[in-house]
Design a protein around this ligand. Structure first.
Ligand code: SF4
Length: 434
């Protein structure tokens, strides 16, 4: 029997899909297959942005014909969209052919839900409130070799006014440091070459005996073996000198910090409930670069938050110039029902929002191109992670997150490769092995 998983959203969800694949495997669905050939199709949804939600609704709706034609096909829908208030009911009403609905807090029940569905004709629904337990017990089928994601915590307490995460993922729960260390040791022993520690806000990590995130990072970076270490996401309000000191101490930790700033305007940051100022953010970057001069910083930016004026948007543009990000994920504000921002007045007109995002993307791309161009003629070390069949080239990222492409006669996935860069195109670099 075969499975097909459709994933929406971030790394967190991608890793959850690996755990879902592990559960399916235990239930006898042994291999992944194209959607038309699958015996079970699982949608791992995301509700953080409106377009991810719309996408999921569209894709689930498109399954109606296949479900009618293929006897025995099981359709399961999970993820944070299902956890959002009222959405499970809506999904069931719109798509009565869904067999299983499960939330983010009962991933490990999916195996039982499949059993129950097989035993009965009726669909099964199980959506729970956040648990205090932090181990979900799933044994993931990892699909991202040589990279491996490791959850260090779940949920978030920050309640940024635009964000639905605390409502659908619950409050922060940290895993035990000892369990994280064992998982990392096992992954390194299996040959994984890049470990990414994952959490909605890694800096809030608190281990069983009060272990802080810098202390955890220090311990993980001390694991023996040939691997590099990343972590995400960092909240600027929790930036600390201790974190910088640990990053500086270990060569294994990539010199790359993803620290979402969201806006360059202090008034908008207040409305967003981000709890830092533009000045503090820039001071922290200055400290980081004093200590680790070649550290690259990437960020997330939201434009057209309710009431954002043109001048405040200009402050975001000027921050992008000052902060010297190597790249940024840019978004138009997307109201999420149930959040404080969704109740705010002063919604920005679509044409204004589109104009702002266009100008922001142009600036971010220009900065990225400028930075990339400086690499031409230099050497970088990448971890080869895949082959791009269209380009006929292997690819991988350097520790700063830049993608490098090169040609090779043999499979190089999983190897560290040094390239001499001959061409730069946007965030991508092209080079020859040296
Ligand atoms: S820190 Fe803010 S934006 Fe990030 S997950 Fe938590 S509430 Fe959402």
């Amino acid at each position: 029997m075969k499975y097909h998983i459709v994933t929406y959203g971030c790394q967190m969800n991608l890793h959850e899909s690996e755990k879902i694949a592990g559960i399916l495997k235990e239930k006898g669905y042994l291999s992944s297959a194209p959607i038309e050939e699958a015996d079970i199709i699982v949608f791992n949804t995301c509700c953080i942005r409106e377009n991810a939600e719309n996408h999921a609704f569209g894709n689930i709706g498109a399954l109606k014909k296949l479900k009618r034609e293929k006897k025995g096909l099981i359709v399961a829908v999970g993820g944070c969209l299902v956890q959002e208030e009222g959405k499970a009911k809506l999904l069931k009403e719109k798509f009565p052919f869904i067999d299983i609905l499960f939330g983010t807090h009962n991933l490990d029940e999916l195996g039982d839900l499949i059993e129950r569905k097989r035993a009965q004709k009726k669909s099964v629904v199980s959506i729970k409130e956040a648990r205090s337990a932090t181990e979900d017990g799933a044994n993931p089928v990892r699909t991202s070799y040589p990279n491996a994601w490791v959850n260090i915590m779940y949920g978030c307490n920050n309640f940024c006014s635009y964000c639905i995460v605390p409502y659908v993922r619950g409050r922060e729960r940290s895993r035990r440091a000892i369990d994280i260390l064992r998982e990392v040791e096992a992954l390194v022993a299996e040959g994984y070459r890049e470990i990414t520690l994952l959490g909605q806000n890694v800096d809030s990590y608190r281990g069983e005996d009060g272990t802080t995130f810098p202390a955890l990072l220090d311990a993980v970076a001390s694991v023996e073996g040939n691997f590099r270490l990343r972590f995400m996401t960092s909240h600027p309000k929790d930036f600390s000198e201790e974190l910088v000191a640990v990053m500086k101490k270990h060569d294994k930790i990539c010199k790359h910090l993803h620290m979402p700033v969201q806006s360059g305007s202090n008034r908008i940051l207040r409305l967003m409930n981000r709890r830092y100022t533009r000045e503090k953010y820039l001071e922290d970057l200055a400290l980081l670069r004093r200590e680790i001069p070649d550290c690259e910083v990437t960020t997330d930016l939201i434009v057209a938050f309710p009431t954002e004026t043109e001048e405040e948007f200009q402050e975001t543009l000027s921050l992008v110039k000052e902060a010297d990000f190597s790249s940024a994920f840019t978004f138009i504000y997307s109201p999420r029902t149930g959040t404080r921002a969704a109740e705010m007045e002063g919604r920005i007109a679509d044409e204004v929002a589109k104009d702002r995002i266009t100008r922001l993307v142009a600036l971010v791309n220009e900065k990225t191109r400028e930075k990339s161009a400086k690499y031409v003629g230099k050497r970088i070390e990448i971890l080869c992670e895949d082959r791009d069949e269209k380009k006929g080239m292997y690819l991988g990222r350097d520790e700063y997150g830049r993608m490098g492409y090169f040609k090779s006669e043999r499979d190089r996935v999983g190897e560290f490769v040094t390239l001499k860069i001959t061409e730069a195109n946007g965030i991508s670099l092209y080079g020859e092995e040296v």
